[in-house]
Design a protein around this ligand. Structure first.
Ligand code: SF4
Length: 449
């Protein structure tokens, strides 16, 4: 049986696509082996979101070539899409394919094996208008499944290379999304996480079928008990989306709404599609519907031209919104983007200082949000055994770890048969970032019981 090994760099969407590509190999009788083992085919799914992503991708490609010089080495993903010539120049690379046309990957591998000549299958992604339908119905996690609904982005923020790597926004056909959701429900997944390059833009290219319609249709699928949107832009929180959210009993009270900067001048230079005032108004509306929702975000500090006063305004804005968690990034030049050529680049030591200030705020906000729920009973979906039970747990006692719908990590003592079942848990104590609790009641029936 031929063997294949995978390496994935970058984001969750890449991880999803690697699983989808593996499915194509599985259907052709391949066995999957560890990347560190000798394989007949290596597939490297690359990232190009920062210049470091490119370097790491090159390093991993060379590692695969060294592992087995006779293997077919296929490189896919964002770095392959934006820099195919650079990838093909690495000795030992046999196939380079970008972010589309992966359904034909096995054909290209056969061709490279037959001819022993490299195959360049990268096409102009900007011309692609159709969503490439790759499916995944099995994940390493037993409880939560990712469901990709969309690809590409039309926003062209000045710091971001993604539209050049993924192309323009295109939505997956509703019937394909719903079929995959039903298959996931049948496979026992209780929670689905909707993902994409620009997830909240779902439907913008479809004829009248919007994200709000999809949320309604997904909410009707039996077996799916939670629907989480991985990320949604403030500008995509429209009245019809609010309405569909309010009507769904399955939607998680967790919204990741990228902010990027909390100052209007910086937002304009980033070419974001909202002002701080508009952003705050959308969050207020969200909180009217879901009063205790977890609102998480991404913040870039040290963007070109960000003065100390603009940064301070950003810190105040983040505090005012009261996020439950921030992902903080120092601005990193991405060659090929307008921001990389902007004057007034912020010196590295200053960026580091701003990151530290924002991270300290993040710690305060995270703890404040978690403390609000102490003493309350919430539904938890345990995913696995807790790797680090509390120090005072009884010897031999099994603890489970999982998430609430509002993205609180909770651990509690319980039987492993509860993994994948919704359990009501009283939250007793905050231990670092984890809430320790006591199970009160099982909500969903134990499979097979
Ligand atoms: S919205 Fe902006 S940051 Fe997000 S993928 Fe599109 S261009 Fe990049």
């Amino acid at each position: 049986m031929p063997t294949v090994a995978f390496y994935t760099l970058g984001c969750k969407v890449n991880a999803y696509e690697t699983e989808a590509i593996w499915r194509l190999f599985e259907q052709r009788g391949y066995t999957r082996v560890d990347f560190e083992d000798e394989a007949d085919v290596y597939v490297i799914n690359t990232c190009t979101v920062t210049n470091t992503g490119d370097q790491k991708s090159r390093k991993i490609i060379r590692r695969a070539v060294r592992k087995n010089p006779d293997a077919v080495v296929a490189v896919t993903g964002c770095y392959a899409q934006t820099s195919p010539a650079e990838v093909l120049a690495i000795p030992g690379v046999d196939v380079v394919i970008g972010t589309t046309g992966r359904n034909r990957l096995l054909e290209y591998i056969e061709e490279a094996r037959r001819t022993r000549r490299p195959v360049n299958a990268v096409t102009n992604i900007m011309k692609v208008r159709e969503y490439e339908n790759l499916t995944v119905t099995k994940f390493a996690e037993r409880t939560r499944a990712f469901l990709k609904i969309q690809e590409g982005c039309n926003n062209f923020c000045t710091f971001c290379i993604i539209p050049w790597a993924k192309g323009l926004a295109r939505s997956r056909r509703p019937e394909d999304v719903l079929a995959e959701a039903r298959a996931l429900a049948e496979a026992g997944y209780r929670e689905i996480v909707l993902t994409g390059t620009h997830t909240g833009g779902y439907g913008e290219d479809l004829d009248g079928y919007r994200l709000s319609d999809l949320l309604r249709d997904l909410s009707r699928i039996d077996g799916i008990e939670r629907i989480r949107i991985s990320s949604i832009e403030a500008s995509q929180l429209t009245d019809d989306v609010f309405e569909a959210m309010a009507a769904s009993e399955k939607l998680c009270r967790h919204f990741h709404v990228p902010l990027q900067a909390g100052d209007d001048a910086v937002l304009r230079r980033m070419r974001r599609k909202y002002t701080t005032g508009e952003y705050a108004a959308r969050i207020e509306r969200l909180r009217e519907i879901f009063p205790e929702a977890a609102i998480t975000t991404d913040v870039i500090v040290g963007f070109p031209g960000e003065t100390e006063a603009m940064f301070e305004a950003g810190v105040r804005f983040v505090e005012q919104i009261g996020f439950s968690e921030l992902h903080v990034f120092p601005y990193s030049k991405r060659s090929g983007t307008p921001a990389a050529r902007m004057p007034d680049q912020v010196p590295e030591p200053e960026k580091k200082r701003r990151v530290q200030t924002m991270l300290a705020l993040n710690e305060r906000l995270k703890a404040a949000y978690r403390r609000k729920f102490l003493g309350r009973v919430l539904s938890v979906l345990p995913e696995a055994r807790e790797a680090k039970p509390p120090a005072d747990a009884d010897a031999g006692e099994v603890w489970l770890a999982g998430l609430t719908d509002n993205y609180l990590r909770v651990s509690f003592p319980g039987d492993p048969s509860l993994i994948g079942e919704l359990v009501r848990v009283r939250l007793d104590a905050l231990d670092g970032e984890v809430l320790r609790g006591t199970p009160v009641r099982l909500l969903s029936p134990v499979a097979g019981a």
